[in-house]
Write a protein that binds this ligand. Structure first.
Ligand SMILES: Cc1cc2nc3c(=O)[nH]c(=O)nc-3n(C[C@H](O)[C@H](O)[C@H](O)COP(=O)(O)O)c2cc1C
Length: 152
């Protein structure tokens, strides 16, 4: 059975998008049917009827989602898709210097998952910009774990 995975990203400076592209490549190589469109719309996302969703998002302001991702998240709240039981995971990019707001954007997506009934597959990956210059590579073991969840 083919597993349909949709990757959604939110970025200000591009790092989250780079991680999302890398994730799409690795998960495709692992045999998953991956769709990644950097600026996907609500209608496109819902029409894909994914088995699993992976949000890759940075945090901006004081604990906020990148501006371009906010309307999509709002629309998923206002017009919730039938995602009860869909599997989900989050990669958050942030900076530990922001203290309590570290990766708060990722936490907003986790709250969204809870509202929609999306079941989190594994703990959110928090990539700390003050610790790493290679978030794509750092995400690899976590992505391998994500892919392995679908192997019978
Ligand atoms: C203006 C500004 C505000 C930020 N606010 C937060 C924050 O509240 N929490 C956090 O964890 N990181 C914060 N960051 C750090 C970014 O999330 C981090 O550098 C991330 O890697 C950027 O990814 P991007 O290139 O995908 O936007 C902030 C960065 C900037 C420049």
């Amino acid at each position: 059975m083919t597993i349909d995975v949709v990757i959604v990203s939110g970025t200000v400076f591009g790092a989250a998008e780079d991680v999302a592209h890398h994730a799409a490549q690795l998960l495709t190589e692992a045999g998953l049917n991956v769709t990644y469109k950097p600026r996907i719309t609500h209608a496109e996302l819902v029409a894909l009827e994914p088995d699993a969703v992976l949000f890759v998002t940075s945090t901006t302001g004081m604990g906020e989602l990148p501006e371009h991702l906010q309307p999509l998240v709002e629309s998923l709240r206002e017009q919730p898709p039938q995602w009860q039981g869909v599997l989900g995971a989050v990669i958050g990019l942030g900076d530990a210097c922001y203290g309590e707001d570290f990766c708060a954007g990722g936490e907003i997506i986790r709250e969204l998952y809870e509202e929609l009934g999306v079941v989190e597959l594994q703990e959110m990956l928090r990539l700390d910009a003050s610790e790493t210059v290679s978030p794509e590579t750092d995400a690899e073991p976590w992505l391998a774990e994500f892919a392995a969840s679908f192997v019978a």
